[in-house]
Design a protein around this ligand. Structure first.
Ligand SMILES: [Zn+2]
Length: 446
């Protein structure tokens, strides 16, 4: 079916840019620094993953079994965990063997670093030698120019906020890379996730996309034409780390409580990004079908234009959000983005956290925001950046200052775009805090 072919292309292109927000940590510092549960939390003791796993082997065995039962009952298109990957306590094995067994039971990349480190807050610059990227991240490139890693020693005291905010960026450091049957990895063949549903299986970054974006509210036609659109595992990851966090808090491992909470929030925050939650924010499914019909008659222009424009607009949005947040941090006064992230009042307007919250609240809201946001973006940014199908924005990304572009003219749409992005930050902050409240409730030992 031709629509299918088009969706494969569209998703393939989306997958090569699997990062939702430039640096989650930056936004998370602001979202949590005034939340009493985090701001007033005692500092915690950095604990190596091996030590946590050794101490809690039995409770982890029970938890991972219950995660599997939950996933089978609640997730659509969920491929069950191969029985040989199930986690069984074995106090006699080595730390390294236990760590491998744990990561493979979660079905994350077994070479994931899980190093002890923090990403410092750009708002409060600190000295110290930077850790090389490879200590923290299995992907070759530093995730972005705004990233800096500092080492923690086992036993060192660290603030809950730093652990939590740091971990919200970590799933982009190779945890979900090459997990598929057709991946160039040894573990992908063992994991039972099947072939990669979209994106180029040879590119590390693209291979993580089905764990970092989810299209949960598309037109029925789309699902009929391309059932693979449903094969994404964002909700799985959220559930795994959410319940691990609660377990760690309950059993007195606060460091891992905050760290697993941060890991789980990465996936939630991804779904607040309209381009990670909606297949075609700029166009209705009907327009997609129209473009595809033309392509069938040999007129590929419209279809290819839609693909390039989606990619460029998505990257412009992400880059502008990063620049706005860094501008606020550099000015050292509460700017529009920080104000939105600090706004704790909005939290109460949403239902309480539950395991349906990501789908029914976060992702639905992002989908509904997608079309108006795309219109605002197009009206506010220079056509050369967001409406020129001849531009490869990704290739020129770092050379362009979008704030500079905004400053160049006094288009009244600029203010509207800034407030649309602030609104997205408001959602990111509110949903992140609501999820954390749910985790802390579940992690309360009482
Ligand atoms: Zn991500």
């Amino acid at each position: 079916m031709r629509l299918l072919h088009f969706l494969v292309l569209l998703l393939g292109l989306a997958a090569t840019q699997a990062m939702a927000w430039g640096n989650h940590t930056l936004a998370s510092y602001r979202a949590f620094e005034r939340m009493p549960e985090v701001a007033n939390a005692s500092s915690v003791t950095a604990e190596p993953l091996e030590a946590f796993l050794r101490a809690e082997e039995n409770t982890i065995e029970a938890l991972l079994a219950s995660q599997e039962a939950w996933a089978l009952a609640n997730l659509e298109s969920y491929p069950e965990q191969p029985v040989e990957l199930a986690f069984h306590a074995d106090p006699a094995r080595t730390d390294e063997a236990r760590r491998q067994a744990f990561l493979m039971a979660l079905r994350v990349a077994p070479n994931s670093r899980f190093a002890l480190y923090i990403q410092p807050d750009p708002r409060n610059p600190v000295g110290g030698a930077n850790l090389p990227n490879s200590v923290v991240n299995t992907l070759a490139e530093l995730p972005g120019p705004a990233h800096r890693f500092l080492a923690l020693k086992p036993g060192e005291q660290v603030s809950a906020l730093a652990v939590l905010a740091t971990a919200t960026d970590e799933p982009d450091y190779g945890l979900d890379v090459y997990l598929w049957e057709d991946s160039p990895s040894t573990w992908g063949k063992l994991y039972g996730f099947g072939a990669q549903p979209f994106g180029n299986p040879a590119i590390a970054y693209a291979s993580q996309a089905p764990f970092h974006m989810a299209f949960l509210h598309e037109n029925r036609l789309v699902y009929l034409a391309a059932p693979f659109v449903k094969r994404s595992f964002v909700l799985l990851r959220s559930q795994q780390y959410t319940t691990l966090s609660a377990l760690a808090f309950r059993t007195g491992h606060a460091y891992w409580g905050w760290r697993f909470a941060g890991l789980s929030l990465h996936y939630l925050q991804n779904l607040t990004q309209p381009y990670h939650a909606s297949l075609a924010p700029d166009h209705s499914s009907l327009r997609l079908l129209g473009a595809q019909t033309l392509a069938k008659t040999g007129l590929y222009g419209m279809r290819n234009e839609l693909l390039v424009l989606r990619a460029n607009r998505r990257m412009v949005l992400q880059k502008l959000q990063t620049e706005l947040l860094l501008r606020d941090a550099a000015n050292r006064q509460e700017g529009a983005m920080e104000k939105a992230l600090h706004n704790i009042e909005r939290d109460k307007s949403y239902p309480d956290w539950s395991d349906r919250y990501l789908r029914e609240v976060v992702s639905l809201q992002a989908c509904n925001a997608a079309a108006p946001l795309a219109q605002t973006l197009v009206a506010a940014m220079p056509a050369a950046l967001v409406s020129d199908p001849g531009l490869d924005f990704g290739a020129r990304d770092t050379a362009i200052s979008l704030l500079g572009e905004l400053g160049r003219s006094d288009n009244p749409e600029h203010a509207r775009l800034e407030s649309a992005i602030a609104e997205l930050m408001l959602n990111l902050g509110a949903h992140s805090r609501n999820a954390l409240r749910g985790i802390l409730r579940a992690g309360d030992p009482q």
